[in-house]
Design a protein around this ligand. Structure first.
Ligand SMILES: *[C@@H]1O[C@H](CO)[C@@H](O)[C@H](O)[C@H]1NC(C)=O
Length: 759
């Protein structure tokens, strides 16, 4: 009874349905239990551990290596819940005690949290952890291939992890391992105040950024590091650092502002000869802008850089840089995805330098002479005759030291975010991108992790041209039961799987669930998922270059009129029979698979009558789940057709035949079997009587108000007229109301809100 009332409340509450939803509505929303039961979601949880932060995907070995609290894990890529291997690597007791004496929490912070995990050589990985505020690193033997089931760490060869892993588990470190050398961006002290971009391991002496110089780094938070070749000559290779920091160029008095940055260094930088010894001589940084024009003309900036994904293209020198941002403003809450090209990034580093004459001056574009070789250029044959950064003239080194910041920012591709969500109850945290080959080209599919344990799947499709991309939010997937923030995301294109880590668990999910889009060609086509195509009988995985005749896919236009005209299922629409009791409420349920579809209903008395659209009014209410007919009439009998319109295409979803039984006839005599009383009550009991009893003694609060509303609508009306017509068709609603009144007649009829009604 209560449940029924709740259902009604819900229905009444959601009467806003029918309007087209805003663009940010996912087409399909799948909850954790459904993904678990039907869509191949696998979970991994290690007892007495947590924080699955470092993920390393190894296609050749077929393993997912994971850094967690006190553990390194090796999981099978095919199913992470099977055949795990693990290394227990706690911090020694003395370190934990020291950590505790320093005022840290022994159980929450004084542990070895694995932060760094990289492939090192053919047989080994390199791993680093916080070691209870005592960073440590080690080589991990992982075998040469999938057949070698080795996974071990040599406890005799544990190294100092300073400048590689952070001390504090709350802090992030970013790094990349290139040619047996580790490039990291991290705090190098216990207090977390001395930040550095640091190169270690390998044969060359360690090298770092200038210390205590806010022009170089100003309270940075490192997000990601990548190695990108610049030309055919490896001497031109660069390492790019992505971070956010307190902006030095912001005018004083305006408070602290966080800016997103991209920093560059040359891989062959070995520091200066007389100054900047063992310091970078090629370090430059530029601001990354991700903003939208605001209503008042001022741009809204997304400055909190949170994650970066480098999407490799055919040209190794020009990957696409996908980034996740959120706002730092308390007024405007939002997250955005911006994409940058290497060409735009390189242009900023070749542009003017930012310059400040003295403490009381503003930052301006440097107009003077720039020494040769231009700071930021790598010593190579491509740009000159310098064999090493040690050969650079002093003038160059001095200029580089004082001008690490570029004047021009890097703007995103298309000058604006590719995708953004504002005023949502979540924030984006991570991104992974898969380039998918479809029938009409390739598409970048974005998997965006949020701080509530969900993954958004977004595809960007060209709107008019390939220069103007439009994001489609295909799916919202709840991959974790506990809504904990997603801290890592990895994609295996080969296995078509997505891996997500959080503080509490690891999840594995296929990249696509084509069958979830529906059983008709039009549904498959409208989904516009580049992974899926209509194969003549079902919506299945699209595999390019296969000679299947009935592959139907159109990601770009998503037009079923063209693609699904010969669909054999087009004519067969599910049919349902519903019985309503005269004067009671009937609910015609019709839920489109797509949350972006707009539903409308038509009515016909018999198959041969013309169809007319059902008009909504106070008796006929459209909800998100169907149509609620209050006070059903005999005249309501007939065929109800539920149609869905999406992307300009209309399809028939359901044909519902409603038969209305007289009230007296229904009491206690409802037949068995397929009889379905309105609102799903299918027992012999006449449910609406229960409901009426409830209404007579309504509970307090919201329910109260709704019931009152129901009552006031059952006000006395003129007697019924003989003429019958489709419900709520605007011609005459009076008969229905009159009948309603009769049904509701009873001791209450003469008192309460009804008699007091102004009508
Ligand atoms: C990989 O590096 C480890 C650690 O330095 C070393 O012991 C091992 O021999 C190396 N393996 C190969 C194949 O070079």
């Amino acid at each position: 009874m209560i449940r029924m009332l709740l259902l009604l409340l819900l229905l009444l509450h959601s009467t806003a349905a029918g309007r087209p939803p805003p663009a940010a509505t996912p087409r399909l929303k799948l909850a954790f239990p459904e993904l678990r039961a039907r869509h191949g979601l696998h979970l991994f949880v290690l007892e007495r551990s947590c924080c699955y932060e470092a993920l390393l995907l190894d296609e050749e070995r077929g393993r997912l290596f994971v850094g967690a609290q006190n553990h390194l894990l090796s999981l099978a890529l095919d199913d992470i819940s099977q055949r795990e291997r693990k290394i227990y690597w706690p911090a020694p007791v003395e370190w934990r005690e020291e950590c505790n004496w320093a005022g840290k929490d022994i159980t929450a912070e004084c542990m070895n949290f694995m932060k760094i995990l990289h492939p090192y050589n053919r047989t080994h990985l390199y791993a680093c952890g916080t070691g209870a505020f005592h960073p440590v690193c080690a080589f991990v033997e992982a075998g040469q291939n999938a057949e070698e089931p080795v996974f071990k760490l040599d406890p005799q060869h544990i190294e100092d992890g300073k400048g590689k892993s952070p001390y504090d588990p709350q802090h992030a470190a970013a790094s990349v391992l290139v040619g047996e050398e580790l490039y990291s961006g991290v705090a190098t002290d216990l207090m977390g105040r001395d930040f550095t971009i640091f190169r270690s391991l390998g044969q060359r002496p360690s090298i770092r950024t200038e210390q205590h110089d806010s022009r170089w780094l100003n309270e940075p938070k490192f997000v990601a590091v990548f190695w990108v070749p610049e030309s055919e000559d490896p001497d031109d290779d660069k390492i790019y650092f992505f971070f956010r920091e307190t902006a030095v160029e912001r005018q004083q008095g305006l408070g602290k502002t966080s800016f997103a940055r991209i920093g560059q260094i040359c891989r062959n930088d070995v520091g200066g000869q007389r100054s900047l010894v063992n310091k970078w001589t090629t370090f430059l940084k530029a601001r990354l802008v991700c903003a939208v024009p605001g209503p008042d003309g001022a741009d809204t900036h997304f400055d909190e850089l949170r994650d970066v994904f480098l999407l490799q293209t055919r040209d190794k020198r020009n990957p696409l840089v996908y980034t996740v941002f959120s706002t730092s403003s308390s007024i405007f809450q939002g997250s955005a995805i911006c994409v940058y090209t290497m060409a735009d990034i390189r242009r900023a580093f070749l542009g003017p330098f930012a310059h400040k004459e003295g403490p009381n001056y503003q930052w301006v574009s440097y107009q003077g002479r720039v020494p040769y070789p231009r700071p930021g250029m790598c010593p190579s044959k491509t740009f000159g005759t310098f064999g090493s950064t040690k050969d650079f003239p002093d003038e160059v080194i001095q200029f580089a030291r004082h001008h690490p910041l570029m004047y021009n920012p890097v703007l995103p591709h298309g000058q604006r975010p590719l995708f953004l969500q504002a005023a949502m109850p979540y924030t984006f945290t991570r991104i992974a991108v898969d380039r998918v080959t479809a029938a009409d080209g390739h598409y970048d599919v974005l998997f965006i992790g949020t701080d509530v344990g969900t993954v958004l799947k977004v595809v960007s499709v060209p709107k008019e041209s390939w220069n103007h991309m439009e994001p489609l939010l295909l799916e919202e997937l709840q991959v974790f039961q506990d809504a904990s923030p997603i801290t890592s995301l990895q994609i295996s294109s080969k296995r078509q799987q997505l891996y997500a880590g959080s503080a509490t668990a690891l999840a594995q999910l296929p990249l696509h669930r084509c069958s979830a889009y529906g059983k008709a060609c039009a549904e498959c086509c409208l989904a516009r998922d580049p992974y899926c195509a209509w194969d003549g009988t079902a919506c299945t995985r699209y595999v390019p270059n296969t000679k299947r005749r009935f592959r139907r896919q159109d990601v770009r236009n998503g037009d079923p009129n063209v693609l699904c005209s010969e669909d054999p299922r087009r004519g067969s629409v599910p049919q349902k029979q519903l019985y309503g009791v005269e004067g009671s409420t009937a609910f015609l349920e019709c839920i489109p698979k797509s949350l972006q579809a707009h539903v409308f209903w038509t009515y016909q008395r018999t198959q041969d009558d013309p169809q007319r659209e059902v008009q909504m009014d106070e008796r006929v209410v459209q909800t998100e789940r169907g149509v609620l007919l209050r006070s059903v009439q005999r005249a309501d009998t007939g065929l109800y057709l539920c149609h869905a319109t999406e992307h300009g295409f209309t399809q028939l979803l359901l044909q519902l035949s409603l038969e209305v039984i007289g009230a007296r006839q229904a009491v206690g005599t409802a037949p068995d079997g397929d009889l379905q009383l309105a609102a799903g009550a299918s027992s012999r009991k006449v449910w609406y009587q229960d409901f009426l009893q409830l209404v007579e003694r309504p509970p307090l609060g919201a329910a109260d108000r709704v019931c009152q509303r129901l009552w006031t609508r059952g006000r006395p009306l003129p007697p019924p007229r003989a003429q019958a017509g489709p419900p709520g068709h605007g011609q005459d609603k009076e008969p229905h109301r009159a009948r309603r009144r009769r049904t509701h007649e009873g001791p209450r009829a003469e008192r309460g809100p009804r008699s007091a009604s102004p009508w």
